[in-house]
Design a protein around this ligand. Structure first.
Ligand code: GTP
Length: 680
């Protein structure tokens, strides 16, 4: 299964994937409720199976029941005293073995069996699996007996990608401890570091785990030292394990019990439960995943969401084993789910606090944030009739994704579409792909853009994410753009090429430290817009795959930016307009016009292709005219070939956008947009 990652996906995919036979997520997809096409019909049956189970309230006949058969009734809910509850998550860099380890923990505790996991959990997240990343998170409750005492271990999963770092921080806040999994044949990576810092901020007990010790190249001692030096974490009692071979799993389970503290017993206080995930289920409304911090919540309770200020009745509550299993009541320290006929995830956002309507908590839990889109692009259906379908699809996706923003946009070239805002590039890529795959829409996507702040002469500051709406030069005094801080971790051999890359992207060098003899950390500040390119691909290729990186948002800074327009046959093509730094305008203009010349089929007349700044043409190409009919080539020839050609032409036509008199194939847009991202 080749991961279909184009440069855009990979670019920000700080951890883009090469997981061809990636094993894992054992969760079902919160992204899968709206299903279409063959790909998803399997998901539908899975989902209804799960729904049927949890609503029927019967003991489901899943393979895990064989193991749990002797654990009757309430015991299936794993009720234990709070002192025997442990809530933890796993922090790991992509590919270091988080999912393999999670699977093993579930198997060893008899929570799920191997077969069930494959069929039931692994198949659920095609999109995630292809990308080899965990997009969204869920939880699983395990029963583990240690020194004759039953324990309830709640594993809360964290998404691995920086676009979702807010979600990561909320799931960490729902735990008392974390396993820090590091590949003993690799070492600490940038992404791991970022999440370790988040865990430390949340006061989590961190258990270092060195995975893949079965590999001949494993160097657990060296990697332990690396963790001690970089993270400052005591690794004298780090656990050596092989998730694949099942070595060290019992030690990990024992360490979870012994080293991670139990939750505080605050069941008497007014209810406060932290939402760490939610997804929209078309049958039951939003399913909310939460950790009870204080108090208790019962089935039927009238609950109140403190940030969205909405109230609902909790029709159903339960635990995740990892299938949903109904319960009557959940206490402080426990992790579970609830359904309350909530119509949109916006009402039950990650990070919000659930309390009782009748006995409200005084303060909500700290850390709630509104989602702020960082990256924008225009989405237009190739077929104009599909505009209402696109709107419906976006509305449905939004039910499940409070971070997705969109508003209608009209463009003379593209017709009706939407300008959409995303948390980051991976998020954007996921939404685009779901629209195409699950809703069968063929879309033209404009180049992703960041949000610029334009200071106008009249004193106003306007936010602009759409290059074609940038106020005229005469009306503005300056433009500010968002900056990020990036930290790259790399073997010392690649320091040069990576610094060159950052410098090319208008990066400002901040610092370099050797973290071990052979590895360095390099910090730069650079414009976010420069990362909305093939930055990550470049980082990987220039370091032969060895470097990793992490970025965080810094704030806005003034830059010398201008708008670059493209004209085809004298007509401005708005979707191809971009905002570029003035020093790059010529190079970008030249590259774009050349690429367009290659991609636009020749017409019956001569077509000039130009790049302009205002009225000034800075690069220009021209497409010469053709006269010959395409069919003349096989005139008198074989009729099936002729039919094929005609059919191909007709198909090509559908995917064309008329720019004035010129038909521009969608491929040209795509290629140019990609190029823009690369050159910019
Ligand atoms: N040799 C060896 N390979 C392992 C071990 N654990 C995991 N792997 C392999 O490493 C690769 C990545 O493992 P995953 O568990 O998918 O990694 P992950 O960190 O969960 O990655 P994401 O889910 O994509 O974030 C897979 O090919 C695993 O089979 C191990 O202990 N030894």
């Amino acid at each position: 299964m080749a991961a279909k990652i184009n440069s855009l996906a990979a670019l920000v995919s700080l951890q883009a994937s090469h997981h061809h036979h990636h094993s894992t997520p054992f969760y079902f997809s919160p992204f899968s409720p709206h299903l279409s096409t063959t790909l998803t019909s399997r998901r539908r049956s899975l989902r209804s199976a799960v729904v049927a189970r949890s609503t029927a309230g019967t003991q489901p006949k899943a393979p895990s029941d064989v193991d749990l058969a002797n654990v009757a009734g309430q015991d299936r809910l794993l009720k234990v005293p709070i002192s025997n509850i442990r809530n933890f998550c796993i922090i790991a860099h992509i590919d270091h073995g988080k999912s393999t380890l999670a699977d093993k923990l579930l198997q060893m505790t008899g929570t799920v069996q191997k077969r069930e996991m494959k069929e039931q959990f692994l198949d659920n997240m095609d999109l995630e699996r292809e990308r080899g990343i965990t997009i969204k998170l869920q939880a699983a409750r395990m029963r583990y007996v240690f020194e004759n005492e039953p324990y309830c271990l709640n594993l809360i999963d964290t998404p691995g990608h920086v676009d979702f770092s807010y979600e990561v921080s909320r799931s960490l806040a729902a735990c008392e401890g974390a396993l820090l999994v590091v590949d003993a044949s690799q070492g600490v990576e940038a992404q791991t570091l970022a999440n370790v810092y988040l865990a430390l901020e949340n006061n989590l007990e961190i258990i270092p785990v060195l995975n893949k010790i079965d590999l001949p190249g494993a160097e657990p001692v060296r990697v332990s030292q690396e963790i001690e030096e970089i993270v400052g974490l005591d690794c004298s009692n780090a656990i050596h394990c092989s998730a694949k071979e099942g070595i060290g799993i019992t030690e990990i389970l024992n360490a979870i019990v012994k080293r991670i503290p139990p939750p505080c017993d605050t069941a008497e206080r007014p209810l406060r439960a932290l939402i760490f995930d939610s997804y929209y289920d078309p049958y039951r409304g939003v399913i909310v995943y939460f950790r009870v911090i204080d108090g208790t919540v019962k089935k039927g309770d009238r609950i109140y969401f403190m940030a969205s200020k909405k109230d609902y009745f909790a029709d159903e509550i339960g635990v995740l084993s990892p299938n949903q299993l109904q319960a009557d009541e959940l206490y402080a320290g426990e992790v579970g789910y609830l359904a309350a006929s909530i119509r949109s995830v916006a009402d039950a956002r990650v990070g919000d606090t659930i309390t009782h309507y009748g006995r409200k908590a005084e303060n909500s839990l700290p850390g709630y944030e509104e989602a702020t889109p960082m990256v924008f692009c225009g989405l237009f259906p190739v077929d104009a009739d599909k505009f209402p379908d696109l709107r419906d699809a976006l509305e449905k996706l939004q039910l499940n994704d409070a971070a997705l923003k969109f508003e209608p946009e009209t463009s003379s070239a593209m017709g009706f579409g939407f300008r959409c805002g995303f948390l980051g590039l991976l998020h954007m890529e996921i939404i685009q792909e779901r629209l195409e795959r699950e809703y069968n829409l063929t879309l033209i996507t404009t180049a992703p853009s960041v949000v610029y702040r334009v200071n106008c002469i009249n004193g106003d500051t306007v936010e602009c994410s759409n290059p074609s709406l940038l106020p005229e030069p005469g009306k503005r005094t300056s433009i500010e753009e968002p900056y990020v801080k990036i930290e790259m971790l790399t073997p010392k051999d690649y320091i040069g090429p990576l610094m060159e890359l950052a410098q090319d992207r208008r990066g400002e060098f901040k610092e370099m430290k050797y973290i071990t003899e052979n590895r360095a950390s390099i910090t730069y500040e650079l414009p976010l817009a420069e990362m909305v390119g093939d930055f990550f691909d470049q980082l990987k290729s220039r370091s032969k795959g060895y470097a990793s990186m992490e970025y965080s948002f810094l704030g806005y800074k003034e830059s010398e930016l201008i708008k670059l327009d493209i004209q085809i046959n004298g007509e401005r093509v708005e979707p191809l307009a971009t905002i570029v730094h003035k020093d790059k305008a010529y190079a970008v203009g030249r590259a774009l016009t050349q690429k367009l010349k290659e991609l636009i089929p020749r017409q019956m007349f001569k077509v000039p292709i130009q790049a302009c700044i205002g009225a000034k043409v800075i690069a220009s190409e021209s497409l010469s005219a053709i006269r010959k009919d395409v069919l003349s080539k096989c005139y008198g020839g074989d009729i099936t070939r002729k039919k094929k050609l005609l059919k191909k032409q007709a198909e090509g036509k559908k995917r064309m956008k008329a720019i004035g008199k010129v038909d521009v194939p969608q491929e040209a847009f795509m290629a140019v947009l990609k190029l823009e991202k690369e050159v910019l």
